[in-house]
Ligand binder design. Structure first.
Ligand code: PD2
Ligand code: ZN
Length: 317
């Protein structure tokens, strides 16, 4: 049975017998070894959709689906191993999983090729001492940039915020770009390797990073002046890393309040601190992404917290 047919059947079952009946049906199908059922049940466990969130159960179900031949499940299983979601972190084991399915999955083969040809970036160039702003040339390879645009790009959505007055979702007044987070479930081996390289280049731990955020700006779109530090949080965004993924556009420079304006080439990183040495928001770090005037700008942002960050709770991890 296809995933679409399964979804229809689950919906019909839920209409007749309620949600518990649909969950029961999915479990039965999964136990019978039907791949779409195993994949769907794994995601329900991982996200806590319709069943209580249980990442370890999600990992176990994905492992079964991978054993039964699902290369998609194998690649998600690798992501969970690389991020320590429902299982202890084991990057070497994750790479091995990708290697095992590379002859059957073009996506796995692409990931493997990127993992085997990772760039060794040069040291950061400080372009402004205080507040600290630095550039790392070629932190990402051109192929990694293309990979992020190809695989994460299709998931971008209009940037929205919740209006505190009405609790409705409204367009983000500060940025009108499209964006998406790469959750730990989607943090495949390539994204994981990029996040770990960003951590090494900034002298931080991988676990301090928020999910990588992909942004797409069309002509006229911008990120108006703002601070990356968040109001009233304990585990603050201490460092921001902007990864330029392409350079075939006009405008779209990254602007800092004191007049500094930077534009990376594809693969370059702009790194800046948001806090003063005593841990307060540095009011001089206001910055913006200027409007794009031609073409499309793609950027990935990694906001790095002071301590470990748990993407599931939004708190310290
Ligand atoms: O797109 C940019 O240049 C930009 C500028 C300022 C992105 C961000 N901030 C951000 O993602 O925080
Ligand atoms: Zn910013």
């Amino acid at each position: 049975m296809s995933a679409a047919a399964l979804r229809q059947e689950l919906e019909a079952t839920a209409r007749r017998g309620g949600l518990p009946a649909a969950v029961e049906l999915l479990r039965t199908r999964a136990e019978a070894g039907e791949l779409p059922a195993l994949e769907m049940l794994a995601h329900w466990h991982l996200w806590g959709s319709y069943v209580p969130r249980d990442p370890a159960a999600g990992y176990a179900v994905l492992t079964r689906a991978a054993e039964l031949g699902s290369t998609e499940a194998a690649l998600t299983r690798a992501a969970l191993l690389a991020t320590g979601t429902g299982v202890a972190v084991n990057v070497a084991a994750a790479a091995e999983v990708v290697r095992t399915v590379a002859d059957r999955s073009p996506l796995a083969a692409r990931q493997l090729a990127l993992l085997d040809t990772q760039p060794v970036p040069p040291a950061a160039r400080v372009v402004q001492a205080d507040p600290h702003v630095a550039v790392i040339d070629g932190l990402l390879s051109a192929d990694e940039c293309r990979y992020l645009i190809d695989t994460v790009g299709p998931r971008v959505q209009p940037s929205m915020v919740v209006d505190p007055a009405t609790r409705r979702r409204i367009p983000n007044p500060v940025r009108d770009s499209h964006g998406t987070n790469v959750s730990p479930v989607d943090e495949d081996m390539v994204v994981n390797a990029i996040n770990r390289r960003v951590a090494a280049a900034t002298g931080t731990d991988w676990a301090q990073g928020e999910p990588l955020h992909l942004l797409r700006y069309a002509v006229g779109q911008q990120y108006k002046p703002h601070f990356d530090a968040l109001p009233g949080v304990d585990n603050q965004r201490s460092i921001t890393v902007l990864l330029y993924l392409n350079d075939d556009f006009a405008g779209g420079e990254t602007w800092f309040k004191n007049g500094l304006t930077l534009r990376g080439r594809a693969g370059d990183a702009i790194v800046f601190r948001n806090l003063t040495d005593d841990g307060h928001v540095d009011r001089r770090t206001e910055h913006a992404g200027l409007p794009v005037t031609a073409g499309v700008k793609w950027l990935a942002t990694r906001w790095i917290r002071q301590r470990s960050f748990d993407p599931w709770s939004g708190q310290g991890g």
